[in-house]
Design a protein around this ligand. Structure first.
Ligand SMILES: *Cc1c(COP(=O)(O)O)cnc(C)c1O
Length: 385
């Protein structure tokens, strides 16, 4: 059966015609169980080779938590990307494809004992910290490890801020760096995270200025650092336009060149920026209802089995089958019985039919990796096309 979809002009800025046609012909010619997360390998390759391109001396570590599907890991491994992980569960897919320890870093500033033990056994050398306790843990379990301190930086303008949970101010940073050295660790550098889906280019400027102050204080104490880890945060387009990665990186590169010694290593840890706009959920309308003056559209993927970020404010774009229906404003809900399972409100869409297919764009990051089987709805499979 060939389905006809209603393509709006704004869709074209979110997905290329080739990509869309590939997905649709795949769905037409294969028996695919819905919902499913389709990943465009070409797009993924393009993004993976674009990140880091405009920052001198940079090394890219893909943040596995954004999408840990085997196919994604295999593809990125094949492109010789490096990886950033936070748990033994994230090490597993890397171990499976044989990623060596020198291509893996771990930047979660508070790690479990279980993970530290596993990481040490695997031979991972780079670790983040933002407390004395973490320095003690790392010193005990991975003696001599290379460590970078997590600096707290402004997250204004990031749609998914991470600022409050981690990071220290400069004063604490400098005493922690000295403490790490005392404990026999190698305090190689500084890290920060400007917040995920960071649409404010100035966040990087502020973060780099702050890192520079700490960098110089360490140098005054005789600690020569070599690694500046700028974390993740590169945005992808969901509905609104975002600054592109090239522009962000050229800006960052300029600041690094002005502020830091020329021979430092720059680590970048993009997650969303690599996989976010390469994924599309293909799902189905399972119900419609009118409650008061609200039109409800029930689909088979929701907050619990893939679209968790919708509750944090990520607004997705939808492509519906053209069933000849007129445009209406919809409240879109997932399949579970939970009242929390509402993905979006006031979305203007042509009225679909029960069983119509819905494509949700830019779903490659933080979807399946966040998903649970709550209420018995299975986590959609991830397929690379
Ligand atoms: C989540 C995370 C990333 C990836 O962030 P994105 O916004 O997806 O690029 C990178 N580094 C650390 C330490 C993280 O926690």
């Amino acid at each position: 059966m060939t389905r006809i979809f209603k393509i709006e002009p704004y869709h074209r800025e979110l997905i290329s015609k080739t990509s869309l046609l590939n997905f649709l012909s795949f769905l037409d010619t294969n028996e695919v169980e819905l919902p499913v997360l389709l990943m465009d390998s070409e797009r993924l390759k393009k993004k993976a080779s674009a990140v880091g391109k405009n920052i001198r001396n940079s090394k890219v570590f893909y943040a596995v938590k954004a999408n840990a599907a085997d196919g994604v890991i295999e593809l990125l491994d094949g492109m010789s990307l490096n990886f950033e992980i936070a748990s033994e569960g994230e090490l597993e897919p890397l171990e499976k494809v044989g990623v060596s320890a020198d291509r893996i870093i771990t930047s979660n500033p508070v790690k479990t004992f279980k993970f530290l033990k596993k990481a040490a056994e695997y031979g991972i050398k780079y670790y983040a910290y933002d407390s004395k306790d973490e320095v003690d843990k790392i010193a005990a379990m991975v003696p001599g490890a290379k460590v970078y301190v997590r600096l707290s930086v402004p997250n204004e303008g990031s749609e998914w801020p991470l600022s409050k949970k981690f990071g220290v101010e400069i004063d604490d940073g400098i005493s922690l760096i000295s403490y790490a050295a005392q404990k026999g660790l190698d305090p190689v550098g500084i890290t920060f995270h400007v917040g995920s889906q960071c649409t404010n280019i100035y966040n990087w400027d502020n973060a780099l200025y702050k890192a520079k102050v700490l960098w110089d204080l360490a140098a005054q104490k005789g600690i020569r650092m070599r690694v500046l880890n700028i974390g993740g945060g590169y945005p992808v387009k969901y509905t609104k336009n975002v600054v592109d990665i090239e522009e962000i990186e050229k800006n960052i590169d300029g600041f690094i060149k002005d502020l830091f010694p020329p021979d430092i290593d720059v680590f970048i840890e993009p997650g969303r920026g690599v996989v976010g706009d390469a994924g599309v959920f293909a799902c189905q309308v399972i119900g419609k209802s009118k409650r008061g003056d609200e039109n409800w559209l029930h689909i088979d993927v929701g907050v619990f089995n893939g679209l968790m970020e919708s509750i944090g404010g990520i607004k997705y774009s939808y492509i519906l089958e053209d069933t000849g229906g007129s445009k209406k404003s919809w409240t879109i809900a997932g399949p579970s019985c939970d009242g929390f399972d509402v993905i979006d409100r006031n979305v203007m869409l042509h009225e679909p039919e029960i069983g119509s297919m819905v494509l949700i764009l830019s779903c490659g990051a933080y979807t399946n990796s966040y998903a649970s089987e709550f209420n018995g709805f299975s986590i959609p499979k991830t397929l690379l096309i």
